[in-house]
Design a protein around this ligand. Structure first.
Ligand code: AMP
Ligand code: MG
Length: 391
């Protein structure tokens, strides 16, 4: 058994960048930038009003002012502001020449002769100045940024509609097990539905990679070897579910080796997920995930997702925090790192979910996080801090 930390190091050492491709901004959500992006203009591009109000000279605030024009957003001001004059101005419109102040419309009144008088001592100039957010040619997004909606706004604003992103790894998913039928089939007798394969498919998509479902391999060497061989041809990474324990019909390790894959570990000191298997060969990366969906879900989060992120050019970010436990926790065996489905409560505490073991997918269905109980620890008191990761 190797530690989770060592397992993660081995996995990450196998990573490689697949390549770079150009995408349109419309197809760029959840991709990772492979270049720095610069602004092609100053932002704002001109001094603009931050409010609907009146633009005037700051020296004129106490006087009644003649209104010389109305400036909507998008219109270039026609008049410049002289003493005792103002222009009605809308949010986002260019400040006219001569004005250095905008008084918000809520703090003004129109006198009977049409002049404008301000009713409150103004606090702010209400002007956003040319280039105060970003200067022309300044880098606005750096290589390695995971593109989220807020980054799409930045790309749009600087006119960057096509740019380079890292290629996504393609991940082939194989479920193994004579007992499995697909979710759209009704299991008979001793069968169950393949839930793990589809969970892995969704996890891959969620992690931003391309998921390629390869089907179910029967629990025999020939079937496993041939489906693995096909999956290796079509994908950068393959993930198998099941067949990695010590049972008489667990053939995944052998079938990987028969395909020229070198197994680098097949046992991790974690619970659940101990038999998680990892191998490499011919520029391909292979995971033998446990068959039980909770184990597999957690191992994906701990090992596969960081690898996908690294292969997509993302700087690794570990989503981990320490929170106080709601109730006392005890366990008997302590030789493995325990990972337990849990919920973060609104009072900022965390507590384990009712959990019957690694086949209990429903426990994960109503958990928002997992907690980590280190090797050697059998008891944690309420109020003590534990490592928590949000799902
Ligand atoms: P195995 O590692 O193949 O012995 O599988 C461990 C447990 O996980 C067994 O109870 C299997 O029936 C179950 N299992 C294996 N594959 C899947 C799957 N794709 N979906 C749901 N359960 C599975
Ligand atoms: Mg099996």
């Amino acid at each position: 058994m190797i530690s989770l930390e060592n397992a993660l190091n081995v996995v990450l050492e196998s990573s490689f960048i697949i390549g770079i491709e150009e995408v349109s901004i419309l197809n760029s959500l959840n991709r990772v930038l492979a270049e720095d992006i610069k602004s092609d203009m100053n932002m704002p591009p001109f001094d603009k009003s931050a409010m609907d109000g009146y633009a005037c000279k700051s020296s004129d605030l106490k006087f009644a002012l003649e209104m010389v024009e109305t400036i909507p957003a998008g219109k270039f001001p026609e008049k410049s502001i002289s003493d005792k004059q103002c222009a009605k101005i809308m949010t986002g419109a260019k400040i006219p020449e001569g004005a250095d102040f905008v008084v918000m419309v809520e703090h003004s009144e129109v006198l009977s002769d049409g002049r404008i008088k301000f009713t409150k001592e103004p606090l702010n100039k209400n002007i956003c100045y040319l280039g105060e957010d970003v200067k022309e040619n300044e880098i606005v997004l750096t290589k390695g940024t995971l593109i989220q909606p807020q980054h799409i706004a930045i790309l749009s604003a600087v006119g960057c509609v096509k740019f380079n992103v890292y290629k996504q790894p393609k991940i082939g998913i194989i479920a193994t097990g004579d007992e499995l039928v697909e979710p759209y089939e009704k299991p008979i007798k001793s069968q169950i539905r393949n839930s793990n394969g589809y969970q892995m498919l969704a996890q891959v998509q969620n992690a931003g990679a391309i998921a390629n479902y390869m089907g179910i391999a029967k629990d025999n060497i020939e079937d496993s070897v041939s489906l693995i061989s096909k999956a290796l041809e079509e994908n950068d990474i393959i993930m198998l579910s099941g067949g990695v324990s010590m049972g008489d019909f667990d053939f995944v390790g052998v079938a990987l080796e028969k395909n020229g894959i070198k197994i680098l570990f097949d046992s991790i000191a974690v619970q659940p997920g101990k038999p998680t298997t990892f191998g490499v060969g011919n520029n391909k990366i292979c995971f033998g995930m446990p068959g039980n969906p909770v184990s597999s879900f957690i191992q994906f989060d701990l090992l596969v997702k960081p690898l996908i992120q690294k292969m997509m050019g993302l700087s690794l970010c570990y989503n981990c925090m320490k929170l106080p436990l709601k109730k006392d926790f005890r366990r008997k065996k302590t030789e493995r790192l325990a990972i337990i489905p849990a919920n973060i409560n609104s009072d900022g505490t965390v507590e384990p979910t009712e959990y019957h073991g690694s086949a209990h997918i429903f426990a994960l269905g109503y958990s928002n996080s997992i907690i980590f109980v280190p090797i050697g620890i059998n008891e944690i008191k309420a109020g003590e801090l534990v490592d928590v990761r949000q799902l």
